[in-house]
Design a protein around this ligand. Sequence first.
Ligand SMILES: CC(C)(COP(=O)(O)OP(=O)(O)OC[C@H]1O[C@@H](n2cnc3c(N)ncnc32)[C@H](O)[C@@H]1OP(=O)(O)O)[C@@H](O)C(=O)NCCC(=O)NCCS
Length: 269
Amino acid sequence: MQASDKAVRELGAFASVWTAIRAEATDLATREPTLRALLETQIIGVASDADIIAHVISARLAVASVDTEDLFRLFHGILLERADICAAIEADILAVRERDPACTTCLHALLNLKGFHALQTHRIAHALWINGRHEIASWLSNLASLVFGPDIHPAARIGSSIMLDHGSGIVIGETAVIEDEVSILQNVTLGGTGKETGDRHPKIRHGVMIGAGAKILGNIEIGAFSKIAAGSVVLKPVPAHCTVAGVPATVVRIHRNDEIPAETMDQNI
Ligand SMILES: CC(C)(COP(=O)(O)OP(=O)(O)OC[C@H]1O[C@@H](n2cnc3c(N)ncnc32)[C@H](O)[C@@H]1OP(=O)(O)O)[C@@H](O)C(=O)NCCC(=O)NCCS
């Protein structure tokens, strides 16, 4: 297939996609020591274009060839600088311990829950993203998605005391915002409609519970302490303190003001 004129123009001075990729990898390797050995092995030092794609895909499928110590240093460096991230992680452990009936100890949350692991990787990726280190933030985010399940754009803003229950299949878009004390179950999408650009993802306010498989699409607000029923497709803003259900979702219940759905996870209040 022939490349479009626009795609060719975007290559600028580079003779091909692969020369551009080699140059970009060489540049990135000088800026991100954590990725240097990986970039050398998979892109910079390899013989042919086919070698590059084979190296990159096979290494992703084998998870990652970054040295564990290098990853440790990347995480540790951010955590030492950012006491607020450490505090959010503690609040997340407590949130899972309190809300997930299957989680009987904090150690269990720490060792065994991939939703928790994905969220903490996101916190590090987001810190890198806002420091302008977009390439490594995206790389880390993709790795977390491969290993843990949730696919969270590193730019997404996520508060504290969050539970990503089970984690599998969760997708959170670039301009999504999730405030504190929110619970999100498996296979939830906070996505765009495909019709908007720019700020195009949902804003989830304090204390919301989003049931398994719910799809919330567009730059819409889910009001504080509301519940989204499992399997709903939400296309319009949801007021505070209510339950919505169905495809498309409509209000099925209005709550008392003292109910906190994300905390209790009570599906039959
Ligand atoms: C929505 C939910 C939280 C219950 O909230 P609630 O405010 O207590 O709502 P109610 O149970 O009073 O239900 C209100 C109405 O919505 C309906 N409803 C509830 N959940 C629904 C769903 N997922 N889809 C469609 N309708 C639903 C109820 O049948 C009821 O209808 P009715 O008034 O005609 O009888 C719960 O049904 C739910 O979906 N929980 C998600 C749990 C989950 O994801 N579990 C996975 C664990 S792995």
